[in-house]
Design a protein around this ligand. Structure first.
Ligand SMILES: [Zn+2]
Length: 248
C-alpha cells in the first residue's frame, strides 16, 4: 500500500538532507507529517573526508557501512525514514534504469512535497545530476503510460531546491524565494548533523549558514528569525488568491 502523502527528499549524498533541510524536516515530523529520505549514494568517496583521514584500514565498502550508520542515526534524530540506493558517488551517473527507480519511489510515496538539490552546483556536480534526475523522474511518474496498471492520478507535488554547496551559492545562481524559520528546532538539526562524524565540519558550517539565512529571513519578514533554511521553488503556486507568508 502506498504511504500517505508527505515529504519526499532526494539527497545525492547521505549528509545533504540533514545539512540543507534537516530543520525543516524536523519541524514537519514534529507535527506528525511523514518524511522519507532517499539517498542516491553514501557520498563514500567525495563527502567522507574524516573517514579517509583516519588511521588504519579504509575501504570504499567500509566507508559505505560507516556512512549508512551515521545517516540512519541522523534520520532518527530528525524523525524521518530513510533508504539508500547505493548508486556510487564522485561521479554519480544516471541511466534509464535509475531514473525509473526514482519514478517508482515517487509513485509509491505520492508526496505532497519533493525536496532536492538546487539545479546547478558547479563544485559538486553529483548534486545537479540528482536534481535533473529527480525532475525527470517526477515527470515520468506522472504520465499514464509509465505504469498503465495504475489508473489513479498522481498528485502534483510541490518541488523545492535546497542549498547548493555552501558557502559558494553565488556561483551556482541560487537565489532563495522561500525561507523556513528553524529557530525552534535548530538544536535538533545540529544534533543530527553531529551524528555524521565522517564530515565533522558540518555543524559549524551550517550554524554559520543558518544564521546568515536567518538574517535574510528577518529582513524579508520583519520579525526576528535567528536560524533559517532557504529554498527555491521549482513549481509554480496556483490558487484563487496570491500566496503570502504566514504570521509565524
Ligand atoms: Zn553532497
Amino acid at each position: 500500500m502506498a504511504d500517505e502523502a508527505g515529504i519526499l527528499v532526494f539527497s545525492a549524498h547521505v549528509a545533504d538532507f540533514c545539512s540543507r533541510c534537516g530543520g525543516t524536516l524536523a519541524l514537519y515530523t514534529r507535527n506528525n507529517v511523514k518524511v522519507h529520505v532517499v539517498c542516491l549514494t553514501f557520498g563514500e568517496r567525495g563527502e567522507s573526508g574524516d573517514y579517509w583521514r583516519q588511521l588504519g584500514d579504509t575501504s570504499v565498502s567500509d566507508a559505505k557501512k560507516t556512512r549508512r550508520v551515521e545517516a540512519e542515526a541522523a534520520a532518527t534524530v530528525l524523525g524521518t525514514t530513510i533508504q539508500f540506493l547505493d548508486f556510487n558517488d564522485y561521479p554519480l551517473e544516471i541511466n534509464r534504469e535509475r531514473i525509473e527507480c526514482l519514478a517508482r519511489i515517487i509513485r509509491d510515496k505520492r508526496p505532497n512535497i519533493i525536496l532536492t538539490h538546487w539545479k546547478e552546483d558547479p563544485y559538486n556536480v553529483d548534486h545537479a545530476v540528482t536534481t535533473t534526475s529527480v525532475i525527470r523522474a517526477a515527470d515520468i511518474a506522472a504520465v499514464p503510460g509509465f505504469d498503465p496498471s495504475i489508473s489513479d492520478v498522481l498528485p502534483v507535488p510541490h518541488m523545492f531546491g535546497f542549498e547548493p554547496t555552501v558557502p559558494r551559492d553565488d556561483d551556482a545562481g541560487f537565489v532563495p524565494d522561500t525561507y523556513v524559520d528553524i529557530s525552534t528546532i535548530f538544536e535538533t538539526k545540529i544534533k543530527a548533523l553531529g551524528k555524521i562524524k565522517s564530515q565533522s565540519e558540518l555543524p559549524e558550517r551550517y550554524t554559520m549558514w543558518s544564521k546568515y539565512r536567518g538574517a535574510q529571513a528577518t529582513q524579508w519578514s520583519g520579525r526576528k528569525i535567528v536560524y533559517a533554511e532557504a529554498f527555491r521553488r521549482f513549481t509554480a503556486v496556483v490558487g484563487t488568491r496570491l500566496p503570502v507568508m504566514d504570521a509565524g
